[in-house]
Design a protein around this ligand. Structure first.
Ligand SMILES: [Zn+2]
Length: 171
């Protein structure tokens, strides 16, 4: 579990205890009983989840296939504002290079450093607008634009890394 996730869970737990967060943090539904401690203590984190999720966790634990915390409803990223649907691929590429290059490289460095791919996905969607998909095998990002989809990749050069982009699915 990452620091960011630990903090998010601690915050949710405090809000649960104050009665401010009443949805189930795992499934996101209005399925929590009003008396917090009659719900189920999660097996994945120190926080209460609804009875259905408690049963589901028990079942998945038995199958040795627990659900990742990255799939919890309350832990989804808030997508960065904005997109490139009114931009051509060329314009999108210019904006990305001008304004988001440092962020994109930073994420790529974390990926090379062995950061959990699910954490990279979370941070990418939260910090880079218009991102429609990110893959880590191999590492590439996809942005929908007016005339197709822009695929951004990273390549190693002597002395560092460079980004390159291809416009695909163009009409
Ligand atoms: Zn639930």
């Amino acid at each position: 579990m990452t620091e960011r996730m630990k903090n998010a869970l601690a915050d949710l737990k405090a809000r649960q205890e104050r009665g401010e967060y009443t949805l189930c943090p795992r499934c996101g539904k209005n399925t929590m009983r009003p008396d917090l401690y009659t719900n189920a203590l999660s097996r994945s984190a120190d926080i209460m989840v609804c009875g259905m999720c408690g049963l589901d966790e028990a079942k998945l634990a038995f199958m040795r296939a627990p659900m990742s915390l990255y799939q919890w409803a309350a832990l989804q990223s808030e997508k960065a504002e904005g997109d490139f649907r009114n931009f051509t691929g060329q314009e999108t590429w210019c904006v990305l290079k001008d304004q988001y290059k440092a962020k994109m490289f930073n994420l790529y460095r974390q990926y090379l450093g062995g950061e959990n791919p699910e954490e990279i996905r979370f941070l990418a969607f939260e910090s880079i607008p218009g991102l429609t998909q990110i893959w880590t095998e191999p590492y590439q990002m996809k942005f929908r634009c007016r005339d197709g989809s822009l695929i951004v990749r990273f390549k190693e050069l002597s002395g560092g890394w460079e980004m390159e982009a291809d416009l695909v699915d163009g009409k």
